[in-house]
Design a protein. Structure first.
Length: 257
């Protein structure tokens, strides 16, 4: 009888754990504008990593410091789904599950010459207007405008393109944004402000928007660190891989207004 009670308690405890975890489910949505030598106003990179139609080798996706490669080798994240051409302008979608928390990370690789669409979708998501979902683990997972953390990776298309009027906030959900592109704080200021999202990380100068920055920042975000602690993680990663001083990286990657 005693053993039956113990087993029963274990079952109840496990059920409560699963229920609590389900209620605490969070999503991260990363929008990646693939690097493209031909359609983007960038300093040309080697042809193999600068082809915006081939995510497998792209600088921001399949290259060594690209989003796909970095999170594929990160032991805290498990790839649970991969889709080719899941939506307009998107060549590949990856879904990762955190091994320790009930957090999913969805990364979308946009065709390089559709960078404006990538930026527009990012701003729509930041404002709570972009609604997307994926079926995973026997359930529908909502992301985009319903995500808790949003990120943009790629060339700052707002330097050349005007996509105003910017979408205005429609969500009462607390959300964070990481905007990785050159001078993103200057060019995305008004768009982020009217979207109602918290500018967790953005940039004050020219930079390389490689995925080790995201990896560091997301680790802190998952652990519910403060915005400044997350900024420090991002700066430490940038300093390490770009071989610059921490102060320089810290001045480049800023948080808040």
């Amino acid at each position: 009888m005693r053993y039956k009670i113990i087993i029963f308690l274990f079952v109840i405890f496990g059920f409560l754990q699963l229920s609590a975890q389900s209620g605490d489910e969070k999503t991260i949505h990363i929008i990646v504008a693939l690097c493209d030598n031909h359609s983007q106003n960038i300093a040309p990179v080697p042809a193999k990593i600068g082809n915006g139609f081939k995510p497998a080798d792209n600088l921001y996706w399949g290259a060594y410091y690209g989003v796909k490669t970095v999170f594929n080798r990160n032991t805290e994240w498990k790839l649970v789904k991969s889709e080719k051409n899941p939506d307009n302008h998107i060549l590949e979608r990856l879904v990762y599950k955190n091994k320790y928390k009930n957090i999913y990370l969805i990364a979308d690789a946009y065709v390089g010459n559709r960078i404006v669409n990538a930026v527009e979708d990012y701003l729509q998501a930041c404002s709570g207007r972009l609604h997307r979902s994926v079926y995973i683990d026997g359930k529908t997972l909502n992301f985009g405008g319903e995500s808790d953390l949003l990120a943009y990776v790629g060339h700052n298309a707002l330097i050349e393109h005007d996509v105003s009027p910017y979408p205005i906030n429609t969500s009462d959900k607390t959300r964070d944004a990481i905007t990785l592109g050159c001078y993103s704080k200057k060019y995305f200021d008004e768009a982020i402000r009217v979207s109602g999202i918290n500018p967790l990380i953005w940039t004050t100068g020219a930079m390389a928007p490689e995925a080790y920055i995201l990896e560091g920042a997301i680790k802190g975000w998952v652990q519910r660190e403060t915005d400044q602690q997350i900024r420090n993680r991002a700066a430490q990663a940038y300093s390490k891989y770009q071989k610059c001083s921490f102060n320089s990286a810290h001045n480049l990657l800023v948080t808040g207004w």
